[in-house]
Design a protein around this ligand. Structure first.
Ligand code: F2R
Ligand code: MG
Ligand code: MG
Ligand code: MG
Length: 345
């Protein structure tokens, strides 16, 4: 049992890292050809060849900050977490951060972290960011708090609010965290029941959405998206004609949390069975390959889907050759081990 959970911790974090590193070269492309991706993954999984690392971006940089802050603070500490975000950004600002989030780092630094919550509240004329930058970094919270759901919700909300205060930004991070948590809880030997997995997400998100009022037409935007996830799964499962167009049109592939986190959940669930034009037996690889094929915010959607998938299947499902091409794998494995040691298991 300890070995299984250790493998799931590594799987979640390496899944997040690989999705980011492998998806980043395609970020912003409209759609990515499935045959191009098939060759891309085949080559990386094949016999080792020397090449510069595929570099990780802001998604992984901030995920590492979250993990290290939880480890070193023994829980959530807002000053420590904010300080790590700021220091990491100024150490390596060219990691493809969101266009507006960097102004928060500037304010936090120039005020010497006087009020760590204030700069995020000021974003977008006080509406706060609804970007997926909160959601992209939360997998370590699901791991650290995996025995304490309420604490996970609390830590996730606070970690997100350091940069994203819009309800859609926060609830997207909560959905991603809950999805990783659900994957962690499920034995890798029990096949995923897509219906049950998505119903469980809907029931947990209803508790969250009933307490918040987003500035959008629907009072339950994430539940609406999750119902679409169910509808699309039903339609596309086992089908020889995947309707990727409709997936992108309805679920989205953008940097907005509402139009990327449910998409990542869909990619994970969809990749539990075969997908047209993807000759891939391994469901973890299929998750990443499918996520990237949808285009748009490829690094972030693949990173989120990779974390959910890795947390379910475990590290053993992740090809070793691919890992050798990605920056920061060794360090991330150390972090997974440290998180294991400090979290109640
Ligand atoms: N920044 C990127 N990618 C740059 C785009 C690449 C480009 N397509 C290319 O190929 O060159 N990636 C990274 O950013 C995303 C996470 O962003 P985060 O941390 O949420 O940042 P921010 O600045 O808070 O929000 C992002 C944008 O969303 C819009 N937005 C958010 N809230 C808004 C609001 N209330 N009103 C209006 N707009 C809002 C703004 O355009 C923000 O700039 C990830 O993809 C990561 O990989
Ligand atoms: Mg990125
Ligand atoms: Mg405190
Ligand atoms: Mg991105």
């Amino acid at each position: 049992e300890g070995a299984v959970i250790a493998s799931k911790f590594r799987g979640a974090l390496i899944g997040a890292l690989l999705g980011d590193c492998l998806g980043a070269p395609f970020e912003g492309d409209e759609r990515v050809s499935k045959s191009v991706l098939q060759k891309y993954f085949d080559k990386l999984e094949g016999p080792h060849f020397k090449a510069p690392f595929k570099q990780y971006t802001d998604d992984t940089a901030m995920t590492k900050c979250v993990a290290e802050s939880l480890i070193h603070s023994g829980g959530f500490n807002e000053e420590d977490m904010a300080k790590r975000f700021v220091e990491e950004y100024y150490r390596n600002p060219k990691r493809g951060y969101g266009a507006n989030v960097v102004s928060i780092f500037g304010k936090l630094r120039s005020t010497d972290l006087k009020d760590v919550w204030q700069p995020a509240r000021e974003q977008f004329s006080g509406r706060g960011s609804y970007g997926n930058g909160g959601a992209m970094r939360v997998s370590p919270i699901a791991l650290y708090c995996h025995k304490n759901y309420q604490q996970m919700i609390d830590f996730c909300g606070k970690t997100t609010a350091l940069t994203h205060t819009n309800t859609l930004g926060i609830n997207g991070a909560l959905l991603q965290c809950i999805a990783v948590h659900q994957s962690l809880e499920q034995s890798p030997n029990d096949p995923i029941d897509e219906k049950k997995f998505s119903f469980d997400l809907i029931s947990k998100m209803s508790k969250i959405e009933e307490k918040s009022s987003p500035e959008v037409e629907s009072k339950t935007p994430y539940i609406d998206q999750l119902k679409l996830v169910q509808k699309l799964l039903e339609k596309n499962k086992g089908s020889t004609l995947d309707d990727d167009e409709e997936v992108v049109e309805s679920l989205g592939n953008t940097i907005a949390a509402l139009y990327s986190v449910p998409t990542a959940v869909y990619c994970f669930l969809r990749a539990q069975s075969t997908i047209k034009d993807m000759e891939v037996d391994n469901p973890f690889r299929r998750t990443l390959q499918y996520s990237i094929s949808l285009g748009g915010d490829t690094d972030t959607i693949a990173s989120m889907a990779g974390a959910i998938s890795g947390a379910y299947h475990g590290y053993g499902m992740i090809n070793a050759n691919v890992q050798r091409h990605c920056e920061g794998v060794e360090k991330m494995l150390d972090i997974a081990n440290e998180l294991m040691l400090v979290s109640e298991t």
